[in-house]
Design a protein around this ligand. Structure first.
Ligand code: PMP
Length: 455
C-alpha cells in the first residue's frame, strides 16, 4: 500500500471517537464513580488540572503501578508507555528506591540538613553526568528556575535565550513564543502572568544558529537554555552538529550553555550531553532521577561553582530567591542514592535502548503496512509517533504535523485496548521492564486504528 493515497476519513474518526467514549464509560464504572466524587472537591475534578488532558470521558483512576504496568480502579491492566511523562521512566516503584524510601521513612523525612548519604550521592551524580558540583531541588521546574537565576547573577546579564517550542516547566522566563515576525511574546495560554516576558527572554527557532549568533552578539544574554532535542512539541531532534555549534557560540559570546536533560536523560547513561560529548556549564535533570519521587538536580562546572560562590558572597545577606525548604530532604536523598546506584545503571540503559529500537521498528513496519505517511522519531528510550513523513526540523514543522482530533481518538482507542501513551502529543517511553513482546499489543492496536479510520 502506498502512502500517497492515505487519507483519514473524518466521519469514521468522529464515529470511532464516540464509540470509544461510550466503551470507556461502560467498562470503567469505578473510575466514572470516583470522578463523580472528586468533582466536589477539586478544580476540574482532579488534584492537578492537567489530569483532565487525558482523552477519557472520566478520569482514569490508578489502583496500582508496577514496572511498566498500571492497573486502574476497575481492575484493567495497562501497558504503560507514558510512565508518568518520564517520572517513572525506570519503571514504576523501582524496587531499590521503594526499599530505600521505606527504610528512610522510619528515620526521618526532612531536617533541612544533609543526610549521611549526601557525599555518596554527590559522587554518583558526578560520575554519571560528568559535572563535579550539584544542587538538589524538588522539581525540574525549580531546578531550571534556579539555574536561570544563577546565570543572571554570575554574568550580570539580563536575558535568557530559549528556542521556539520549548518547555522547561513552570519557569515564567521560558513560557514564551515566537510570533510570525520572529519576535518574542508571552505565551498566550499563560494564566495570571502580568509581566512582559520579552524583556528578559529572547526566542529563536530551534537549530537556527544564525539567529542564535545574532541574539548572542548583542551581549546581554546570560545563558542559552535548551533541551538537546525539543521533546515537548512533538520530538524535534537537533540537526547533526548543531549542539556543538551552539556550545561554541555560547563560549564565544560569554553566555552560559545550559542543557535541560529532564527528558533527554532517555538518550543514554549520563544523558544526551555525555552521549554527544558536550560540555555544558549547567545541566538539569528532574522527574526520573530519584525514581519518581519529587526531586531534581542541577549540576555545574568547578569554574561555575567559583562564580556562584563569589556572587552569593557579594550579595547582601538575606533571601537569595534560590532553594525551597524541602529541597534535598532526607527522603529524596535516600531515593536519589538508590536510584543512581541501582536503577539508572548502564545495564538498565542497554536493556531500554534495545527494547526501544525494537518497538520503533515494529511501529515503522505497521505504518508501512498500512501506507500511513507518518514517522517514528526516537531518542534512546523515548520516541514519538508523528503525523509527517520526516522528523520535524523545528517547532513550526512539529506543530504543523499535529492533529488533535486524530491524536485524541488514537489515545482513547489505545487506552480501551490496555495501552497508555502520554496524553500530550504521541510520546512513548520504554522502561527497563518493557519487553520486546509488549510491542505486539501496541502495533496490533495501531494497525486496527489505521484500518478503522482510513478513507
Ligand atoms: N524540563 C523539561 C524538559 C520538561 O519536559 C519538564 C516537564 N515536562 C520540566 C522541565 C518540568 O518538570 P516538572 O513539571 O517536574 O517541574
Amino acid at each position: 500500500m502506498t502512502t500517497a493515497d492515505f487519507r483519514i476519513d473524518h466521519h469514521a474518526l468522529a464515529a470511532l471517537h464516540a464509540q470509544e467514549t461510550q466503551r470507556f464509560i461502560d467498562t470503567h464504572p469505578r473510575s466514572v464513580a470516583l470522578s463523580g466524587e472528586d468533582a466536589a472537591h477539586y478544580l476540574f475534578g482532579v488534584p492537578l488540572h492537567w489530569m483532565r488532558d487525558w482523552p477519557t470521558p472520566a478520569t482514569l483512576h490508578v489502583q496500582r503501578a508496577e514496572g511498566n504496568r498500571l492497573w486502574c480502579a476497575d481492575g484493567h491492566e495497562y501497558l504503560d508507555f507514558c510512565l508518568g511523562d518520564t517520572g517513572a521512566m525506570f519503571g514504576h516503584s523501582p524496587a531499590p528506591v521503594a526499599r530505600a524510601i521505606a527504610a528512610q521513612a522510619q528515620r526521618g523525612l526532612t531536617a533541612m540538613l544533609p543526610s549521611t548519604l549526601t557525599s555518596e550521592v554527590g559522587r554518583r551524580l558526578a560520575e554519571c553526568f560528568g559535572l563535579p558540583r550539584w544542587q538538589v531541588t524538588l522539581s525540574a521546574s525549580d531546578a531550571n528556575r534556579f539555574v536561570l537565576r544563577w546565570a543572571r547573577a554570575v554574568t550580570g546579564r539580563r536575558k535568557v535565550l530559549v528556542f521556539d517550542g520549548c518547555y522547561h516547566g513552570t519557569v515564567d522566563d521560558t513560557l514564551v513564543d515566537m510570533d510570525a515576525q520572529q519576535r518574542t511574546i508571552t505565551r498566550a495560554s499563560l494564566l495570571g502572568q502580568v509581566h512582559d516576558l520579552a524583556l528578559g527572554t529572547v526566542v529563536v527557532p530551534f537549530t537556527d544558529i544564525a539567529a542564535v549568533e545574532a541574539a548572542l552578539a548583542r551581549g546581554d544574554v546570560a545563558c542559552v537554555l535548551t533541551e538537546p532535542a525539543l521533546t515537548n512539541c512533538g520530538l524535534v531532534p537537533p540537526q547533526p552538529g548543531f549542539l556543538a555549534q551552539l556550545q561554541a557560540a555560547c563560549r564565544r559570546h560569554a553566555a552560559l550553555f545550559v542543557l535541560d536533560e529532564t527528558h533527554t536523560v532517555s538518550s543514554g547513561w549520563g544523558g544526551h550531553a555525555r552521549v554527544e560529548g558536550l560540555s555544558p556549564d549547567f545541566i538539569v535533570v528532574g522527574k526520573a532521577v530519584a525514581g519518581g519521587l519529587p526531586c531534581a538536580v542541577y549540576g555545574f562546572t568547578e569554574a561555575m561553582n567559583g562564580r556562584m560562590e563569589t556572587a552569593k558572597h557579594a550579595a547582601p545577606d538575606g533571601h537569595s530567591g534560590i532553594g525551597t525548604t524541602l529541597s534535598a530532604n532526607l527522603l529524596a536523598m535516600a531515593a536519589l542514592h538508590a536510584s543512581l546506584g541501582e536503577v539508572m545503571t548502564a545495564a538498565a540503559y542497554d536493556q531500554m535502548l534495545a527494547t526501544a529500537a525494537a518497538v520503533e521498528a515494529r511501529l515503522r513496519e505497521t505504518l508501512q503496512q498500512h501506507g500511513a505517511p507518518w514517522t517514528v522519531t526516537r531518542l534512546g528510550a523515548r520516541m514519538e509517533l508523528q503525523f509527517c513523513t520526516e522528523p520535524p526540523a523545528n517547532a513550526v514543522q512539529a506543530r504543523a504535523a499535529m492533529d488533535e482530533g486524530v491524536e485524541r481518538a488514537l489515545h482513547l482507542w489505545l487506552l480501551n485496548r490496555g495501552i497508555v501513551i502520554t496524553p500530550f502529543h504521541n510520546m512513548l517511553l520504554v522502561s527497563p521492564q518493557t519487553r520486546f513482546g509488549d510491542a505486539q499489543p501496541l502495533v496490533t492496536a495501531l494497525g486496527d486504528f489505521l484500518s478503522a479510520v482510513r478513507a
